[in-house]
Design a protein around this ligand. Structure first.
Ligand code: C5P
Length: 233
């Protein structure tokens, strides 16, 4: 088997047959596939299973759970059968909620989302946060790890501060990554893949820089994924 780059490909797609083709075209290049709320709301567990039946690559279920501990615990148990490597929860749900997810899914690496990158300093202050986005993200990362999270999702610009705060054993996963050859789409503060890994990220989440090649066909997508992966392995 060829070595795969530490990339989770974001399956942001409303056509399941197309999503399956993306997986076939890229599975030898990327480490795994990220399916989020949109995918899950559209295709449900059955859709996720169609993908995981096709590949032995890892599953990153990005459901960003945020509810009372009992509900998060039940939701974590409900998706355990899908055997995700990572499942996201919001660190702002509090230590008891993160702990509930971690104990309901002992074989899943619970990945905590700290501060959504869509929130500005003003937004944070409006919802009652006293510190700036970076300080808030570091504090939430520490809280989540103490409560049993084994991974943190953060922006490329937060990798280094969060790595220092949580230590070497926690996986850091970052979206907002753009190879220098591609545009930034709607991502504001991006970093190229190699720099994000040198900053301390373990895994990158990438979507459009790879999947945009699909408009030119299966082989173009296969080549794009292999080229981007080759820069990292
Ligand atoms: O296409 P692109 O590479 O921008 O996709 C990035 C993926 O990561 C998308 O699924 C997006 O929802 C997700 N994401 C992000 N920024 C965050 C959190 C998640 O881009 N702060």
């Amino acid at each position: 088997m060829t070595k795969r780059a530490p990339i989770f490909l974001a399956i942001d797609c409303d056509d399941l047959e197309v999503a399956l083709s993306w997986v076939k075209a890229t599975q030898n290049s990327v480490y795994g596939f990220k399916m989020g709320l949109e995918f899950f709301a559209t295709f449900g567990s059955e859709g996720v299973r169609r993908i995981t039946d096709l590949t032995d690559a890892e599953l990153f279920l990005d459901l960003k759970l945020h509810d009372i501990p009992n509900t998060v615990s039940a939701a974590t148990r409900a998706v355990s059968d899908l055997k995700p490597r990572f499942l996201t929860v919001h660190a702002a749900g509090g230590a008891a909620m993160v702990r509930a997810a971690a104990s309901a899914g002992p074989n899943i690496d619970i990945a905590a989302v700290t501060i959504l990158t869509s929130l500005s300093s003003t937004d944070l202050s409006d919802i009652g946060f006293k510190s700036n986005p970076l300080e808030s993200a570091v504090r939430l990362a520490q809280l989540a790890v103490s409560a049993g999270a084994r991974a943190i999702i953060c922006s490329p610009l937060e990798i280094s501060a969060i790595r220092t705060a949580v230590g070497a054993d926690v996986s850091i996963i970052t979206p907002g990554v753009r190879p220098s050859s591609s545009g930034s789409d709607d991502q504001q503060r991006t970093m190229d893949p190699k720099s994000a890994i040198s900053e301390g990220a373990n895994y990158l989440v990438m979507g459009r820089p790879i999947t945009s090649a699909w408009t030119e066909g299966f082989s173009a997508l296969q080549d794009r994924a292999a080229t981007i992966a080759a820069e990292l392995i």
